[in-house]
Each structure stands twice: as C-alpha cells, then as structure tokens.
Ligand binder design. Sequence first.
Ligand code: NAP
Length: 295
Amino acid sequence: MKDKIDTDTKVLGLIGNPVEDSLSPKLQNRAIDELGLNYRYFAFPVEEGSVKEAVTGARALGLKGLNVTVPHKEKTAELADELTDAAEAIGAVNTVLFRENGGILGDNTDWTGFLESLKLRDSNPEGQSCLVFGAGGGARGVVYGLIQGGAKEIMVANRTYERAKKLVKDMKDLEADAELAARSLDEEELEGSVEAADLIVNATSVGMGDSRGKSIWNRTECFQAGQLVYDLIYNPRPTKFLKLAGGQGAETVGGLDMLILQGLASLKKWTGKEFSAGELLTVLRKELSGLCNSR
Ligand code: NAP
C-alpha cells in the first residue's frame, strides 16, 4: 500500500500541541506499510479551546481514530461519550475510537504499552515493590499498569505532593490489592524506598527538553544490581537518570519500546487487524532510534 492514497484510504490522526516533534506519524505510517494497510496517519496541532471541535470534526470527516497527546488527554476524557475502564481510572485518553453509532469512545493504551515493554524483557511486576517518580498522565498510566500487573507495593513520589496523593486516592478507589503510598520528593525520606525498590520508574519530564542532562534522582548510591530502572523519556537515549542507575549495575530501560507498543495497541484497535507487535518492534526501533538521538 505504500505511497498509494486513493478514495479508500482511511485516515488516522494525532491531536496535541505541539505535535511537530512527535514520532507518532513516523511510527504509525511505517507500521501501516509493514502491515500492508490502506491507512495514513497525520499530526494535527490543536489549540486548547478547540479540542471538542477537533474530535467531533474528525468524526464528521470519517477519520477512523485519533491519538491524543499533551495537553489534551484529560479534556478528551471529559468529552468522550464513553470511556474504557482504563481510561476512566487513569483519567486520560490517548486513543479515540469512533463507534459505528457515532459515539466517541475514549481509551488509554499507555498502561498496556508499559506492561508489554516489561514483558519483552522477561520482567513482571507481580509481587514487586515499585517506586514511581511523577504524578502526571504518564505516571497514572504506569501506576494503573503496575496494579493490573499485580505489584505488591507502589510508592508515588512527586514534586507536588497533593498530586501524588490524588493519584494514590484515585487508584485506591479501584480496590486494588497493591499497597499504595504518596510521598513528596524529599530525598532523605525517599532514600530507603529507592534502595528497597525492585522497579523504579521515572514518569516525570525531568531529563528531556530544557532539563536534558538532569536526573529526578541523584543519590546514585541508592541504585544497585538487581533493580530494574525505567525512564518513560525516549529522547535523549539514555537519559541521565538511566546513566546513573546503569553505572551502579541496575538494569535500565528507556521509553522507546513503550512509545512503540502503546502506538501499536492503538493501531490494532482502530483497524481490527491482529498482528504481533514483537515482530514489528525491531523495524520500528530502527526507524525511530536515529530520530530520538538527533532531536
Ligand atoms: P505531565 O502530565 O505534564 O506530568 C509531568 C510530571 O513531571 C509531573 O509529575 C511533574 O510534577 C513532573 N515534573 C515536571 N518538571 C519537574 C521538575 N522540574 N522537578 C520535578 N518534577 C517535575 O506529563 P506526562 O504526560 O505525565 O509525561 C511525563 C513524561 O513521560 C514525559 O517525559 C513524557 O514524554 C513521558 N511519557 C512517555 C510515554 C512513552 O510512551 N514512552 C508515555 C507517556 C509519557 P508536578 O506535578 O509537581 O508538576
């Protein structure tokens, strides 16, 4: 189907602001080509006040689905006619599906992307002690994923303590088996928890953009062999956080696989096509990894 656009070509899109640097069009169009589908995926910058018009306009134009990125994930959750259990618990939509009856279904594939990326490394959060830095949309997806994956303890540490508390309260409402706790970013208070954690996740934006070269956690001696240290950031690769952890012998994972796997989960939902994400992963990693480092 590559380079063939005709009246049967189905359109997918991404809304957010900004979207210029998004890797999703490259990722999705390459996956679409690999799968031989007659679809194309475009990025649309959408202003804050225009999210409803953009989503209903996309539906009116017959788009098959949308991805949603910062800062519109929460707003899209509010305007959807229906939410999946995951999108409701996470409070954010990264995938929109247009129903046959015209309804707008909000879904979230961040959490499956996160869990699948762990599985790929033969890692399983079941019974583990986990520490998550951050309490924004990404962190909410990670915590939801850890709960679904059977984690034993999940500590959420965030600069704005109230936001961590809110995350923990919302997830406790799901009556999860995991023990959940909220903390501020106080290093003294967190030191023991970082040392004791099996899995440590950075779900803050510290380490990318203006804070490239910075790490959310700098007490390097708390990292150790046997821990898995994960950064949702996929650019730069690796982040300072992962360099510090890797230097102490911890196993490290960057955010690129999660990005790819959440995107492929959305593509499956829009197209109904069954495929093995694992088989596409190698080609997509290659397609995107050069772009990550040069941005
Ligand atoms: P968000 O909702 O804006 O949340 C940002 C988080 O970073 C908040 O917890 C915020 O703390 C924290 N933060 C920002 N600046 C900070 C600073 N200087 N010091 C300490 N904490 C700081 O963003 P998001 O959507 O959750 O995304 C967070 C990161 O995850 C981004 O890098 C994003 O690219 C990445 N992500 C990756 C994937 C993937 O597929 N790999 C998926 C989702 C997100 P406050 O609450 O105190 O402001």
